[in-house]
Design a protein around this ligand. Structure first.
Ligand code: ZN
Length: 243
């Protein structure tokens, strides 16, 4: 069975559609694992939720998802994120809200734990360094943990008392074995590793490999929509730079 692993769609419909098309070109998928932040920042929150729901995903909530429905305080958001959050909130239908409010913060599927930020602090913690990953290996029971939140494709491998870390490039294939891993597929809708292409992964349970991919999408169309909606300039500019 193949699982599409996506995180941080961030209401970017063009990026999301490009990922689905590209994943089909890479052999397709039977299930979807979504690691949260479906909305926030981008111009198509409702359309992204609708498209995601057609895929019947196993999906956890991200901080932006809960902020958009008023379930968490946006006091910690910077001004652009807070402004985009208020705009996002106004775009959601009752059905969209119900979907976001129903998302759990942790899901476990066989050998995998799914969270947005980290198993220790599912909504808020960024696993960007080996020392943070090291602490978090104590906070889940499965062999593997899939995370989002940093928008950077990365893998952390537990080896004895130390942790190896590595960036995942386009078409990198990770062979899964005995080692415990924390894997981030990168961000679909707002990558932050200086590569603006949408980022995602496919886990193949038969081959026991996780393949990472990048795909171009129509950034200018997304930017034009953001411009039209009056979303912050900083957010419009950053998706073209991948930062
Ligand atoms: Zn995010």
């Amino acid at each position: 069975m193949k699982y599409l692993v996506i995180a941080d769609i961030h209401a970017n419909l063009e990026a999301f559609q490009a990922v689905l098309e590209d994943a089909c070109n890479h052999g397709g998928f039977g299930h979807v694992w979504c690691l949260g932040d479906v909305v926030g920042y981008g111009p198509d929150p409702s359309a992204c939720i609708s498209l995601l729901r057609t895929l019947d995903p196993a999906c956890v909530c991200g901080n932006h998802d809960l902020a958009a429905v008023g379930k968490i305080d946006i006091g910690d958001f910077n001004s652009e994120a807070a402004g985009a959050n208020r705009w996002t909130s106004r775009q959601l239908s009752d059905d969209d809200r119900e979907f976001l409010l129903g998302l759990p913060d942790v899901l476990v599927h066989d050998e995998f734990t799914l969270v947005h930020g980290s198993p220790r602090l599912p909504l808020w913690e960024y696993i960007a360094h080996a020392f943070t990953a090291s602490d978090n290996f104590e906070c889940f029971d499965t062999r593997y943990c899939l995370v989002g939140h940093t928008h950077v494709p990365f893998v952390f491998e537990q080896e004895g008392v130390s942790v190896n870390e590595g960036y995942m490039g386009n078409a990198d294939i990770l062979k899964l074995g005995c080692s415990r891993l924390i894997v981030n597929p990168g961000g679909v809708g707002q990558p932050r590793d200086r590569d603006p292409r949408a980022s995602y992964a496919i886990y193949d349970s038969d081959e026991n490999v996780l393949s990472h991919y990048r795909v171009d999408y129509d950034i200018e169309t997304t930017q034009a929509k953001m411009e039209k909606e009056g979303l912050p300039e900083f957010l419009i500019a950053r998706i073209a730079r991948g930062v």
